[in-house]
Design a protein around this ligand. Structure first.
Ligand SMILES: CC(C)(COP(=O)(O)OP(=O)(O)OC[C@H]1O[C@@H](n2cnc3c(N)ncnc32)[C@H](O)[C@@H]1OP(=O)(O)O)[C@@H](O)C(=O)NCCC(=O)NCCS
Length: 189
């Protein structure tokens, strides 16, 4: 069983956009095992599925321990997932992540307390290194979370938040930007 016909996996590869990614990116191992697990879960019940589920668990535990990336097959993750680097990345099994999202090392997407609600990330959400997204929050399409931030409130579409707790970064007033512009330089680049 391969993932050649899995559209989510094909989008993951497109986002990597490199030759021989298995030799260059540890995160692709974790994403592959995740997509494989989802495919096994979609199989009809029976011996084949039971054997493949055992094989999945072995791969999952090995890759999770080796890379420090935990992407359980119970989480719902859209295609085009990109994970930069590895280590300390934990996604709760109940989390839902849209398409073309970006995670980095140290990211947690989990609950605030055991058994509590878990986050929903819509499409094109980007999380900076060590961002912690906790509880039943919704991160709407295209929002960005700064490195080392703790997100405990919903984030609106397209907004960038940072800090602990994470708050929207206010765009600077145009007058201030003009004052800070180096003398004689063009602004638009
Ligand atoms: C949040 C982020 C996307 C904002 O980038 P940006 O739009 O270029 O914003 P700026 O750098 O102009 O910063 C705007 C303000 O937010 C503050 N800020 C930026 N990132 C912050 C963060 N992670 N935590 C707290 N404050 C932050 C800046 O100090 C600045 O405040 P000021 O106006 O008072 O000086 C970016 O800073 C970030 O954290 N990206 C994650 C990248 C990452 O994880 N890289 C790891 C690679 S291995």
């Amino acid at each position: 069983m391969g993932l050649k016909n899995d559209p989510g996996w094909q989008q993951d590869l497109l986002r990597l956009n490199m030759r021989r990614p298995f030799f260059k990116e540890q995160s692709i191992w974790a994403i592959w095992v995740y997509r494989y697990g989802r495919q096994v879960d979609a199989m009809p019940h029976g011996l084949r599925r039971r054997i493949k589920t055992r094989w999945y668990w072995l791969l999952f535990r090995f890759v999770e321990t080796w890379t420090g990336i935990s992407l359980p097959k119970e989480a719902v993750i859209g295609g085009g997932l990109r994970i930069f680097h590895f280590g300390g990345i934990f996604v709760h099994p109940g989390a839902r992540i849209g398409t073309h999202c970006t995670l980095r090392q140290g990211v947690t997407i989990g609950n605030k307390t055991e058994g509590g609600a878990v986050p929903i990330l819509e499409d094109d959400v980007e999380l900076g290194a060590y961002a912690q997204v906790l509880g039943g929050v919704v991160l709407r399409a295209g929002c960005r979370v700064g490195a080392l931030s703790v997100v405990v409130h919903d984030v609106d579409s397209g907004v960038t938040v940072a800090g602990a707790p994470a708050r929207p970064l206010h765009p600077r007033a145009p007058e201030l930007v003009l004052l800070q512009r180096p003398f004689g330089r063009q602004t638009d680049s």
